[in-house]
Ligand binder design. Structure first.
Ligand SMILES: [Zn+2]
Length: 242
């Protein structure tokens, strides 16, 4: 959308204008220049798709010569016309598919029927509305200080992720790692890797914790205790001074 509004979408007209290609015309209707407005609204193919999706243009149902007028209209469809609330939901997906399908045709010679595009846009919008919010938000993280040598299992229904780093003055790389275990102490996931050595051991410890949080948040677990034996990391995460 930003690329459309700043006219930086690489449609044929824009490429030719910047001398990046000779062809400036639309691949579907070669008598017209392919501008962003043509691709998204004025092209016969685009007009057919909008019509099938029951989205009328802003000027008595027609699309105007102004990209901004057309975009403003489709992006404010529900506000402009309460009866078009349902159609408003599929607008971003139609715009997206018009661009993607144009590329499929230009680069791979694949064609999509207008009916199929409209149907897929409806599916996209349903999938979007039924999406699950990011898994990171579902985690209840807790950060604890671990005491070296005596690992204690997490409470019932919780997992525990321990992180650690190895850092030596005379090596130019350091190692970071994490291990995720359940209440029986069984290992569920582990990660270990080497990194260019940061300036201090503390940075390596922070990096280990950051990496563990990043990796573990991708799984669907909800209750996780993150444990490090580096007091300074714990203080940082608990937002205390150190
Ligand atoms: Zn066209």
């Amino acid at each position: 959308m930003w690329k459309c509004l700043s006219n930086s979408l690489s449609v044929a007209g824009n490429l030719a204008y910047r001398h990046l290609s000779r062809e400036s015309t639309c691949i579907r209707c070669p008598e017209n220049k392919e501008s962003v407005n043509h691709l998204l609204f004025k092209c016969t193919y685009a007009r057919l798709i909008w019509a099938l999706a029951l989205v009328p243009g802003p000027a008595d149902g027609e699309w105007t010569e102004s990209l901004y007028t057309n975009l403003y209209w489709v992006l404010n469809l529900a506000e402009e016309n309460g009866r078009l609330e349902k159609q408003a939901m599929i607008v971003p997906w139609i715009l997206w598919r018009l661009w993607k399908n144009r590329n499929e045709l230009v680069f791979k010679g694949r064609k999509f029927e207008a009916e199929e595009v409209t149907r897929r846009a409806v599916e996209d919008s349903e999938e979007w509305r039924n999406r699950k919010e990011g898994t990171a938000l579902q985690i209840t993280p807790r950060v604890d200080r671990g005491v070296s040598g005596q690992w204690r299992p997490p409470p019932n229904q919780w997992l525990k992720c321990n992180t650690d780093a190895s850092w030596h003055h005379d090596h130019n790389r350091c190692g970071i790692g994490w291990v995720l275990r359940n209440e029986q102490g069984e290992v569920i996931w582990v990660g270990a890797r080497a990194l260019p050595k940061p300036k201090t051991a503390m940075e390596a410890e922070v990096e280990a914790m950051r990496w563990a949080l990043l990796m573990v948040s991708r799984f669907q677990y909800k209750n996780i205790i993150f444990e490090s034996d580096a007091q300074v990391v714990i203080n940082l995460l608990k937002n205390r001074e150190y």
